[in-house]
Design a binder for this molecule. Structure first.
Ligand SMILES: Cc1ncc(COP(=O)(O)O)c(C=O)c1O
Length: 380
């Protein structure tokens, strides 16, 4: 689908389960990490530093040094001051540091809904000349290329094509005006995943075809890697969230189902649940062993699923058409493999941490990023 120079970098933040990291490593994937613990998780899953990019906001010097010690592929620079700190670190270590500059592109095409007007990630386009002038005369900084962050749940192919083309123009500037060798361009994250009726997944094939049909640019500019750092698109369909009905009540004509969980287990999914969009079906595993799907149609009550947090914002999903629900039934939310417990307010109320169950062919076993952090925290 893509050109041979294209490589997927899995964004660990989407689901830092160690089994997923090991599987992606086994399948030949590379990784985008945004914190030292994400980076350590990859290293402890046997991934070599050369297969990891270190992004993240507000990186600390000791984190930068730690990833440099493990031969990280590149550090994605988020600001001019961060670049200055990396220059100092490179001087102190007396060794070159490979960087990619994250550029906050001015793109007028609507992209990620959560993201518009709030994009403070990366350096501004107008800062680039000053940055390139500086880097050109500094020994020790090896500029590999440029990256743009596309937000999350972005379905707009035109947005990605525009940002890709803009990044290539920036590479052109670096190569032809500043005489630099550029090898890498990065696009990500945010390829959208259908969570509501009427949505369809980001059309990755079309983006792949576009890149392929314009691949002469790779040779012309000397670019040998286009990395695509995405998370949700990879793990969303890998997991389901399963919770049990604890209570059912009607308040002022609205029916609420209270489940043994809540938004602290799957924050992003819930933030994206809007009242005016119809959620994709959920499933009910009933006490009699049958499984049924939420439905559209007559004579069914619309219900709102809420969790156990003492806040009215703890809404998992609303306006679901479901009949004959009983206390004790299990509710299954598919497409929940990304931004689950690690992205929720897991410790709110000190509720118990939900187990993560891996299903691998005939095997069922527990694995959690929390256990891994406890262990690795002591070691490092
Ligand atoms: C740099 C970077 N890459 C990739 C992603 C992954 O986004 P998604 O899971 O929506 O693909 C993020 C998410 O915040 C990010 O910050």
């Amino acid at each position: 689908m893509f050109h041979e120079n294209v490589e997927i970098y899995y964004s660990v933040k989407a689901n830092p389960n160690p089994v997923i990291c090991s599987k992606i490593k086994e399948w030949g994937g590379a990784f985008e990490t945004s914190s030292l613990n994400e980076f350590k998780l990859c290293i402890n899953s046997g991934v070599s530093g050369e297969r990891i990019i270190y992004s993240g906001i507000g990186k600390k010097n000791e984190e930068i040094e730690w990833v440099l010690d493990r031969k990280v592929y590149a550090i994605v620079v988020d600001s001019v001051k961060e670049l200055d700190r990396i220059v100092e670190i490179s001087k102190k270590r007396d060794e070159p540091v490979s960087i990619i500059i994250r550029v906050r592109l001015d793109i007028n095409i609507p992209g990620s809904r959560l993201f518009q007007n709030r994009n403070y990630f990366g350096v501004c386009e107008e800062e680039l000349d000053a940055i390139l002038t500086k880097i050109r005369v500094i020994d020790g900084i090896q500029l590999l290329g440029f990256h743009n962050y596309g937000g999350t749940q972005n379905f707009n192919l035109d947005y990605y094509i525009e940002s890709y083309n803009k990044l290539l123009s920036i590479c052109e500037l670096a190569v032809y005006t500043y005489g630099m060798d550029i090898s890498t361009v990065g696009i990500g994250g945010g390829f959208g995943v259908a969570l509501f009726e009427g949505d369809c997944d980001f059309q990755i094939e079309l983006f792949g075809q576009y890149v392929k049909s314009n691949s002469s640019v790779f040779t012309r500019l000397g670019i040998n890697k286009l990395f695509i750092d995405i998370g949700r698109y990879i793990t969303s369909a890998m997991g389901s969230y399963i919770t049990q009905v604890m209570d059912i009540k009607t308040v002022k004509g609205r029916k609420y189902v209270i489940v043994d969980g809540g938004t602290h287990h799957r924050s992003f999914q819930s933030i994206l649940s809007t009242n005016f969009k119809k959620p994709l079906p959920i499933y009910i595993y009933r006490k009699d062993g049958t499984i049924t799907m939420s439905e559209n149609g007559h004579n069914i009550n619309k219900v709102t699923f809420v969790g156990r947090l003492c806040t009215p914002t703890d809404v998992l999903v609303s306006n679901v058409s479901i009949s004959n629900l009983s206390i004790g039934d299990y509710i299954i939310f598919p497409n929940s493999g990304s931004y689950g417990p690690s992205a929720g307010c897991l410790f709110f109320h000190l509720h118990s941490i939900p187990p993560e169950i891996i299903v691998e062919e005939q095997d069922l076993y527990l694995s959690s990023f929390i256990e891994c952090m406890k262990k690795d925290g002591d070691r490092n």
